[in-house]
Design a protein around this ligand. Structure first.
Ligand SMILES: [Zn+2]
Ligand SMILES: [Zn+2]
Length: 307
């Protein structure tokens, strides 16, 4: 990736912050490979399906392989890069299941195949195996970090953030997409995790127009992800902080950062440097089953139950 331009995080959120792409990944992880399978499983138009599959091939999430010549038919096979998105889908599922009960129909229980119990993923430090939250990590921008370069690129056309509106899939996770599927919302939430509170902080860090920032903050408050608090210096200076629900979104943010750093390298170096404060090790995340504490692998869980 070129120096000074959008960094790996910008690229990754631009790509994965799209509900059709996430849905296609989820069906592909559950074993679907053919255009006709995806078409039958999703309320998706041919134009959008073709566009997303092309993007996913172009971004090396999938490989296209011709399995029939006359007429030509292709199948879409996940690459290692595509397959490595499973932890993201699992933590999105877990967050929605815990915090968005009105969509319970879309988040049925998940069974850990190893211990046979209903599980929830724990996001843990690989070095010491302890569960971590945002507050447990020391975070610094790396050489390719910085605010302006981390705002997601828009790689696909996406619907607006209105509740229930738009032409997107009606059964995917609206609260996740309210953060993750909007470039400015994801930047605002990322800034909140890195310590921004005041309106003016968000504005100056992100270089976002004030009217757009006000709208994004209101939308995130409306979803219960941020809450407004009185400013510390003057009451009139409104400040915002992450709620329990917002803080609970941390594994989604962190796994996206890890995925971005694994698959989009920048010649300058990393986007973020993380240390787990408790054990002092450079932080590398891993998912474990909350019941048996064994590390999760992609084959231990049945993603076909996530709808
Ligand atoms: Zn640790
Ligand atoms: Zn287990």
């Amino acid at each position: 990736m070129p120096d000074g331009g959008p960094n790996p995080l910008s690229r990754a959120i631009g790509l994965l912050g799209d509900e059709w792409t996430l849905l296609l990944l989820r069906h592909a992880l559950a074993g679907s490979t053919r255009y006709s399978d995806f078409n039958a499983q999703l309320p998706i138009s041919n134009a959008v399906l073709t566009n997303r599959l092309d993007t996913m091939v172009c971004e090396s999430l999938m490989e296209r392989r011709v399995y029939q010549r006359n007429p030509v038919r292709s199948e879409y096979l996940l690459t290692v890069r595509g397959r490595s998105t499973w932890p993201l889908l699992v933590v999105i599922w877990a967050w929605e299941r815990k915090w968005v009960p009105e969509h319970a129909y879309a988040t049925p229980p998940m069974i850990h195949q190893v211990c046979g119990r209903e599980m929830s993923p724990l996001y843990c430090c690989t070095a010491c195996k302890e569960p971590v939250t945002a507050a447990d990590l020391h975070t610094r921008w790396g050489p390719s970090g910085g605010w302006s370069r981390s705002v997601p690129e828009v790689t696909t056309r996406r619907r607006s953030d209105s509740r229930g509106g738009g032409k997107g899939p009606r059964f995917f996770y609206p609260d996740t997409m309210a953060v993750f599927g909007n470039r400015w919302s994801s930047a605002v939430v990322g800034a909140a995790f890195l310590g921004a509170h005041r309106f003016s902080d968000f504005q100056s860090l992100l270089g976002i127009p004030p009217s757009l920032l006000a709208e994004r903050l209101a939308s995130l408050c409306d979803r219960g992800i941020l809450e407004q608090v009185e400013g510390e210096v003057r009451p009139a200076w409104k400040a915002y902080r992450l709620t329990g629900k917002g803080l609970g979104f941390f594994p989604v943010v962190a796994i996206t950062v890890e995925w971005a750093q694994r698959w989009y390298t920048s010649p300058e170096g990393r986007v973020l440097d993380w240390t787990h404060a408790a054990c002092g090790a450079p932080f590398i995340g891993t998912l474990a089953c909350d019941r048996c504490r064994k590390p999760l692998t992609g084959s231990d869980i049945d993603l076909s139950t996530i709808d």
